[in-house]
Design a protein around this ligand. Structure first.
Ligand SMILES: [Zn+2]
Ligand SMILES: [Zn+2]
Length: 151
């Protein structure tokens, strides 16, 4: 049998670090299929969380759109007792599964966009808004590698 479900996921466990809050209402839809005692879950999550760009430190909406599949159980009783996995049970399992998946699968250093120029390490200017005038000086990361420093 196949059972569809849909719910608003609780993303609390996902938040932390560079991810500070949920925007709008996240949504999960999916199906659970019981096949020979194995429950397989296929879900799709749509959510937007507030993230801090690891380069320019601006907050932006980090879009989460992901398909998640998993096998929930190999219990031999699962086939006989399909009632056991009613929608509310599935919701608990699915939420935990999805959040775990998101934690494993999301960048620890999110960027607001792939080509975010970040902040100037010398003056702190947001280089997305233009050059700051420090350009042309040695990259301090190279300087550090070569043993130079500003001290
Ligand atoms: Zn950025
Ligand atoms: Zn600068």
């Amino acid at each position: 049998m196949t059972q569809s479900f849909g719910f608003t996921p609780d993303l609390t466990a996902f938040l932390g670090g560079m991810y500070s809050g949920v925007r709008g209402t996240p949504k999960v839809t999916g199906k659970i299929r019981n096949s020979a005692g194995t429950l397989s879950l296929a879900a799709h999550i749509d959510a937007v969380v507030t993230a801090t760009c690891s380069r320019c430190l601006k907050e932006f909406g980090f879009v989460i759109e992901r398909d998640i599949t998993a096998s929930l159980s190999e219990s031999p009783e699962a086939e006989e007792d399909s009632e056991l996995y009613c929608v509310s049970d599935a919701k608990i399992d699915a939420n935990e599964l999805i959040v775990t998946e998101l934690i494993l699968d999301s960048p620890q250093s999110p960027v607001c966009r792939e080509d975010c120029a970040g902040l100037c390490v010398k003056c702190g200017k947001d280089l997305n808004e233009g050059e700051c005038g420090c350009a042309g000086e040695a990259d301090p990361r190279f300087a550090a590698l070569l043993g130079w420093s500003d001290e």
